[in-house]
Design a protein around this ligand. Structure first.
Ligand code: AVJ
Length: 311
């Protein structure tokens, strides 16, 4: 094998491990290279993808109520901040905070976003933190102890299984200075509506899903034929989640990192979970993580929720 084709050994090791499982898996965090982050921003504009516009409307309407939970002269620390589009609703209203700390796994994407925020919010310390929220999130020293609220919108928490979500909630709870956790979470609803949101007519979600294979080719020297896999969104009732899969259209063998990975026709790679909640389930999960749910705000149709948790 030509080792020089492997630019990302962490991705390669993670992918080899996941693709070696009986139900092949790829961690959804690998969607978010620069291209994947762009495709996700396109998803947020789709007519079928209700979460972003619904959460945006909730934030606009209730920003005043949320402001009370964000400490005076403190910081807003965001997990998985992406393009920080929704955060601007809060930043435009919060004139009492000192710093905004966006964190994201895509360093390149985050850098560009932070540059725009520095320009648009000259009175705010905008300090980007490159971090995976499933790992240690080390904040720069002068912000580590600052009173802060943590913002985790978009139902990104839904990518985690229950144990992972509780672990994350506990870990954030332990960070110094944390006074509140503002959490966006998608809610259980009609299955047809959920499926459409993850299998849009324009095929943007399909491109987003397939992008992870393009990434394995580009960064790990794999030889995935992207036309040989089909995007699929499934509702898993038992786990109350939408699952995304990439289904092999035929029997095939893919080579990656010197290993042959065999696919039967119809066999899938499970690429994402997106859990959908009820208020009771969210409150229970928060409690297991050491938090108390004190606000639960939804739109009129109860499609999406923004909760405030306090220690
Ligand atoms: C960014 C994790 C919230 O689960 O809805 C969108 C990602 N996947 N369409 C979600 C996603 C397919 C999204 N999150």
């Amino acid at each position: 094998m030509d080792k020089s084709v492997v630019d990302n050994d962490e991705l390669l090791q993670s992918a080899l491990q996941g693709l070696g499982l009986p139900q092949k898996r790829l961690d959804s965090k690998w969607f978010y290279d620069h291209r994947g982050s762009e495709l996700f921003e396109e998803i947020t504009q789709l007519p079928e993808y209700y979460p972003t516009r619904t959460e945006t409307a909730i934030l606009r309407e209730h920003v005043g109520a949320l402001a009370k939970y964000v400490p005076q002269d403190g910081a807003l620390f965001e997990l998985g901040s992406g393009a920080s589009v929704k955060t601007r609703i809060l930043l435009d209203d919060f004139d009492h905070i000192a710093a905004y700390l966006p964190s994201d796994i895509s360093a390149e994407f985050l850098g560009g976003v932070a540059r725009d925020l520095v320009r648009d919010y000259p009175d705010l310390d905008v300090v980007p933190v490159v971090a995976d929220f499933m790992g240690a999130m080390a904040l720069p020293a002068q912000y580590a102890d600052m009173p802060k609220a943590v913002f985790f919108p978009g139902s990104t928490i839904g990518n985690l299984e229950a144990e992972g979500a509780v672990e994350l909630l506990s870990r954030v709870r332990m960070m110094p200075g944390v006074r509140a956790f503002i959490l966006g979470a998608d809610l259980v609803k009609d299955t047809g509506e959920l499926i459409a949101a993850y299998d849009d007519a324009q095929g943007v979600t399909a491109a987003f899903n397939l992008n992870v294979l393009r990434r394995l080719n580009a960064e790990c020297g794999a030889d995935f034929d992207l036309t040989a896999f089909a995007h699929e969104a499934r509702w898993n009732q038992a786990h109350s989640r939408i699952e995304m899969h990439l289904v092999s259209r035929l029997e095939q063998t893919v080579v990656m990192g010197g290993e042959a990975i065999r696919f039967a026709a119809g066999e899938s790679i499970h690429t994402e979970n997106s859990h959908k909640y009820t208020q009771d389930r969210l409150a229970a999960m928060a409690a297991r993580g050491g938090w108390r749910l004190v606000e639960f705000i939804t739109d009129r149709q109860a499609r999406f929720s923004v909760s405030v948790l306090i220690p």
